[in-house]
Write a protein that binds this ligand. Structure first.
Ligand SMILES: [Zn+2]
Length: 270
C-alpha cells in the first residue's frame, strides 16, 4: 500500500503539472470508485473547475478546486494516479479519467479497486480523524514522547494507527523501529525519553529518505509518469526475513503482530 512517502512523491510530481489546469470532464467505468456520491453529481460539481492547490494529508491526496470544493483521493492498496497525454493508449484497470485542459488526462488506475474518490466542501470531514503529520515542524520529540505515554499500546500497531500519527504504514513502521533499535512489541508507555527521541528521529529520517528515493515499488506503486520508486533497494528489515542484520550479527525475523507481517532483528532491537 502506498504510504506517506509514496503519496508525497505522487503529490510533488503532480503539483507542478496539474495546478492551474481545468478539469474538463470525468469518464468513469466503475462508479463505486466514487465514495458517497453519484457519478453525475461528481461530474456536475467538478467539471469546469480549476485545480488551485494540491496537498497531502496522511495518505490522502487533496485537490483544492476553485469552486471551493475539495476532491480527495485515497490510493489504498493498489491505486495509481497516472498523468498521460489524451492521445496515449489507455492502461488496463483505469476506472476514472479526469480530462484536463492542455490535452492531458489524470487516470486513476486500481487493480484491487479499494481506492476511492471523495468530494467535500470541507476536506476535514473526510480526513479529520488523522493524527499529526510526522514531518511537520510541530511534530516534536517531546510531543511524540507525550503521545506514547498517553497510551498503553503495542508499539508497531500503534504506529500504524492513522489517528495516532498520519501516513505511516507497514513498511516504514518496521524500518523506523529498526533504526530506533526498538522491538516492535514494546509497550508505548515504557519508552524512555531517549528511546522516544530515537524513534522520533528514525521516523523522520526513514520517511525523508523514502521521499528522496521516489517511494518504494514492491508491486503496484508507480510515480505519475509510470516509473518505479527506488526505496525498496534500501530497506534494512522489510521483506528481508532470513537475511543477516545490517547492524549486528543477528538475523532478520518475520513475525505477525496485530495481523501484519513484521520484520525485525531480535538481537539489536530491544
Ligand atoms: Zn541486528
Amino acid at each position: 500500500m502506498p504510504e506517506l512517502p509514496e503519496v508525497e512523491t505522487v503529490v510533488r510530481s503532480l503539483r507542478q503539472e496539474v495546478v492551474g489546469k481545468k478539469i474538463l470532464d470525468i469518464k468513469n467505468k466503475w462508479p463505486r470508485q466514487i465514495s458517497s456520491m453519484e457519478l453525475d453529481e461528481l461530474r456536475e460539481r467538478v467539471s469546469g473547475t480549476t485545480i488551485t492547490q494540491l496537498d497531502r494529508r496522511g495518505k490522502y491526496i487533496l485537490f483544492t478546486l476553485d469552486s471551493s470544493d475539495s476532491m480527495i483521493i485515497h490510493l489504498k492498496m493498489t491505486g495509481q494516479l497516472l498523468l498521460q497525454p489524451t492521445s496515449s493508449a489507455m492502461q488496463d484497470h483505469v476506472h476514472t479519467v479526469f480530462m484536463l485542459s492542455g490535452n492531458e488526462e489524470l487516470r486513476f488506475r486500481d487493480v484491487r479497486k479499494f481506492g476511492r474518490i471523495y468530494l467535500a466542501r470541507n476536506a476535514e470531514s473526510i480526513v479529520g480523524e488523522l493524527g499529526p503529520e510526522p514531518l511537520s515542524r510541530s511534530f516534536s520529540a517531546s510531543l511524540l514522547h507525550k503521545m506514547l505515554h498517553g497510551r498503553r499500546r503495542v508499539l508497531k500497531p500503534l504506529l500504524l494507527d492513522q489517528r495516532f500519527i498520519a501516513g505511516i504504514g507497514n513498511i516504514y513502521a518496521d524500518e523506523s523501529l529498526f533504526w530506533a533499535k526498538l522491538a516492535p512489541n514494546r509497550i508505548s508507555n515504557t519508552l524512555s525519553r531517549l528511546e522516544s527521541d530515537r524513534l522520533h528521529s528514525s521516523i523522520r529520517k526513514t520517511l525523508r529518505m523514502a521521499i528522496d528515493n521516489g517511494g518504494a515499488t514492491i508491486s503496484d506503486y508507480r510515480q505519475p509518469d509510470g516509473s518505479e520508486g527506488e526505496m525498496q533497494k534500501s530497506f534494512s528489515v522489510y521483506g528481508r526475513a532470513g537475511e543477516s542484520c545490517v547492524r549486528c550479527d543477528g538475523c532478520i525475523e518475520r513475525v505477525v503482530l496485530g495481523g501484519r507481517s513484521t520484520f525485525f532483528c531480535r538481537s539489536c532491537q530491544l
